[in-house]
Design a protein around this ligand. Sequence first.
Ligand SMILES: Cc1cc2nc3c(=O)[nH]c(=O)nc-3n(C[C@H](O)[C@H](O)[C@H](O)COP(=O)(O)OP(=O)(O)OC[C@H]3O[C@@H](n4cnc5c(N)ncnc54)[C@H](O)[C@@H]3O)c2cc1C
Length: 497
Amino acid sequence: VSQSVELSAILAKMHERTRRLGGWGFEGETVEPSPRMLDWLRSNVGAPGPAVRDNSFPVTLPEPRPLPRLPIAVETTARDRLLHARGQGLIDIIRLRSRTVPAVPDVVVDPVSGLAVFGPGTTGPEVEAALAERGFTLGHFPQSWELATVGGWAATRSSGQESLGYGRIEDLVAGMEIVAPAARWRLHTQPASAAGPDLHRLIMGSEGRLGVITEVTVRARPKPETTAVQAFLAPDLERGLEAVRTLTLSPLPLSMLRLSDAPETAVAMAIGLADSPFAGLARNYLRLRGIGDEACLMLVGASGSGRTVRTALRGAASVLSRVRAVSLGRGPGRHWLRDRFRHPYLREALLDLGWATDTLETAVPWSRAVECRAAVRRALETALESDGERAAVLCHISHPYVDGTSLYFTFFFRTADDPDATIERWARLKRAASDALVSVGATITHHHGIGSWHAPWLETEIGEAGIALVGDAARTMDPEGLINPHVLLDPTDRLRE
Ligand SMILES: Cc1cc2nc3c(=O)[nH]c(=O)nc-3n(C[C@H](O)[C@H](O)[C@H](O)COP(=O)(O)OP(=O)(O)OC[C@H]3O[C@@H](n4cnc5c(N)ncnc54)[C@H](O)[C@@H]3O)c2cc1C
């Protein structure tokens, strides 16, 4: 399955799909956990808690409040208003499913799309479809690609799975228009500039607090002939990290490097390899090659002409052989490319069964990566101990840089007796992990953004002067503080809301 076949299938189905309300993705499309995954959860987290079933719809909402006449069409159906009432975090979904959403918008303004210069509501598949007509790609594929928008990417500084090759959204956005109560501001497109501080970067990451991004100009590139991903097993995390760092610093034209820790590898192998009739043979062969229980799965991706891809993957294999990693070929990479936007659908299937799962992410210099992973794991694994509850934690690296790397954590826990108690469990896990990140000097977020949940930790990261500067910018654009008042700058702990 080449990447272009996989993307074309998504694009072809795009207009037939209806967005799901009480969960990620589209109606009628679910991903069920395998029996092996359920066994793993039972032994690592415990028997499931109460199911959190989807009771989000139908529902009767209060009538929209009267609004001034708007020059464009607006949607007022209960479904549209609920779809835009919350985000896509775990507690947003619990609130929607249990009908405990505290507030819903009065109306939803229709999105507008364009070519190369995109309207803010243009989704990932729409961006790629428009660019593909001219033989281009943006190369920005966050896991939320099917539903996330260009405006949202810029507002939250998102990072695609192939950021090693294409860069983060900061590198891909060339110009923007932003509209706020006190200003309509156009940041012009220049290939590079030394005209004072880079104000594009002030807007990117402003999460709507400085205004609404109404137009985004992106830097597209010629669509690559092919994308391939090859899998390897490194003997342990230290050697895997060493290989990722060496490859990142090398001139090889790689588009993606991903390294799972041993627990995440064990889960991936239990779900994938264990179903193969050759599982026993494969395990024995790997043990002979020095790959045991500490093995860490690596995915190495390259995009370009067939020749470029072959050269890049051959070069990577040679670096990896130096840390005694073993190649698993391109099969696991093909599966990963095919399923990469489907993994988040599992969250809702687990809620139906009584387990909750969420993710968090950070970035640290290379020298602190091992310490950071250990601190966050410890914090998550022990946060619910006083209630006799466990959390299971998996970790991977997916965005390496010259000076450091991202770390991405997935954690699982049992749901509690009611939605508020489940959210309270989640809040304790989240606070413990956030404190651990700050204690090791890691960023509070590498790509999910600050929002309101991370806002209490922002000042520790950017300092009093940083908060004052962003606050001044917000006052200039929106003197009465009307837009997204609780994101970024409001330090109230809202983890339970
Ligand atoms: C399942 C899942 C997987 C994800 N995977 C990734 C990933 O791989 N990489 C990654 O970087 N992120 C990921 N995310 C996080 C998120 O999807 C991204 O940060 C994305 O950029 C958000 O875009 P959105 O359109 O969904 O914005 P929303 O979630 O709708 O909004 C996010 C924030 O930005 C503000 N905002 C949105 N549009 C605008 C605008 N036009 N102008 C001003 N403010 C605006 C909103 O008010 C809100 O505060 C994931 C999220 C989920 C739920």
